[in-house]
Design a binder for this molecule. Structure first.
Ligand SMILES: [Zn+2]
Length: 431
């Protein structure tokens, strides 16, 4: 058994539903007790410490804040080397930068090198769980799962299905995409903490046959996820309309093939109307809100309050490599600005909710991760409020928890994460 001494903060509910005070727990002089990779208890140190048995190891993170591991609900690991590619909107950006980069992942050695760097980068930023795109190549997912398994992480990933309207080097067929997905599910889904997501690239890159096979595969496996893109960019939406003239809208395309379910995660959902949100809510599907990417590609502003109104599950996504940071703290920063431009105020409690428990709900794993309820898996990170001179100076003046948290979400980044623990094991310590 180990006990971590620090301030401890976690979300236990959605602040938009129950209010900020009922939604969070904060123990200023707190303790997190962990055993066998699971949370025993989080609470006041004065209450927990006397009950610990004599051989409990005490780890001292005094002066810092322990929070649950961050959850990234949408990221492309093969795009880590093409972040910050200049000047294009979605469709041209895919053609010019993304597909040539992803073609490199046919080479297992390249995939291994990128996967190792990517996983380390997640941990350095305090991200302990992510829903990840591979490339069209099975090898890309093999490499990622191999690395994530060795670090004990809860990672969900899938090979991208893309059998039309893409270059030959990154194209599969409906049959090969289905066969590769099945093989990866059999080999990796449920191994350690890994999970599989059936991953149609996006409707314009998948034939009807491929979409239908994806829907069939999803129906056959009742605990795999479905992960795709939806309603990101104006030209993309026009294209979908041309490709599917009989569909009611973009969401309906996925629905027609059995891909709109309570295990479906849709990245972006920027240009959606109330009724489309309504159908998503009825299906209990989830949205990955990716603010740095949406701003970077000039895609538009996601309307979080509108999604909230319908009770849709929402998590935060970095969407690297269109996203400009692997850091969930930086993603909270941009999320705040996007909400501001929509006329809404994103509180730090809501930001932390989206990044932890909300993300866990979006990925249907809130019974396992997302906060420090007894029995959950002990994924957590340690935030250092003195990580930079500016942060130290600014947080020293904070007069309340919400002010401190807000400053962390605005000024924090990878430097703010001093330690990252996965299932109770240390996996990153800032050098
Ligand atoms: Zn994406």
């Amino acid at each position: 058994m180990k006990a971590y001494k620090a301030s401890v903060f976690h979300m236990v509910n959605d602040p938009a539903v129950v209010g900020a005070n009922a939604a969070h727990k904060f123990y200023e002089d707190g303790m997190l007790v962990v055993d066998g990779g699971h949370v025993v208890m989080a609470g006041e140190r004065s209450l927990l410490e006397p009950s610990l048995d004599a051989n409990t190891e005490i780890v001292d993170h005094s002066g810092k804040i322990i929070v649950p591991g961050f959850i990234d609900t949408h990221i492309h690991y093969p795009q880590i080397d093409m972040m910050a590619s200049f000047g294009e909107e979605l469709l041209d950006w895919l053609e010019k930068y993304t597909f040539p980069e992803e073609a490199k992942f046919a080479d297992p050695a390249h995939a291994k090198d990128a996967a190792e760097f990517f996983i380390e980068e997640l941990l350095r930023n305090g991200t302990t769980t992510a829903l990840v795109y591979g490339t069209v190549h099975k090898t890309s997912v093999e490499a990622l799962f191999t690395e994530a398994y060795s670090r004990g992480m809860r990672i969900v990933a899938g090979k991208a299905l893309m059998d039309r309207n893409v270059p030959d080097a990154v194209r599969d067929t409906a049959e090969s995409g289905d066969a590769d997905s099945r093989e990866l599910i059999n080999k990796w889904h449920g191994k350690g903490r890994l999970g599989y997501a059936i991953t149609p690239r996006f409707a314009p890159a998948c034939s009807d046959e491929q979409m239908a096979l994806a829907g069939k595969l999803l129906a056959e496996h009742d605990d795999v996820l479905m992960h795709t893109h939806l309603s990101e960019n104006g030209a993309e939406i026009d294209w979908v309309e041309k490709l599917y003239p009989t569909a009611k809208d973009y969401l309906d395309v996925y629905a027609k093939f059995g891909l709109l379910t309570d295990r479906s995660v849709f990245a972006h959902c920027i240009h959606m109307e109330g009724e489309e949100f309504q159908r998503m809510a009825e299906a209990d599907a989830a949205i990955a809100f990716c603010p740095t990417s949406n701003l970077f590609l000039g895609s538009g502003l996601f309307h979080l309050k509108e999604a909230e109104k319908y009770g849709i599950k929402v998590g935060l996504g970095t969407d690297v490599g269109a996203g400009t940071s692997v850091s969930i703290l930086q993603t909270m920063n941009e999320a705040y600005k996007v909400c501001h431009l929509k006329g809404d105020k994103l509180t730090p409690f809501k930001s932390f909710y989206l990044a932890t428990l909300g993300g866990a709900k979006a990925l249907n794993m809130a019974d396992k991760v997302g906060n420090f309820e007894t029995g959950k898996e002990a994924d957590f990170l340690v935030l250092d409020m003195t990580a930079t001179p500016l942060l130290a100076r600014r947080t020293a003046n904070c007069k309340s928890l919400d002010e401190t948290l807000f400053v962390l979400t605005m000024l924090g980044d990878d430097r703010t994460v001093s330690h990252t623990y996965v299932a109770g094991e240390i996996q990153h310590e800032r050098g």
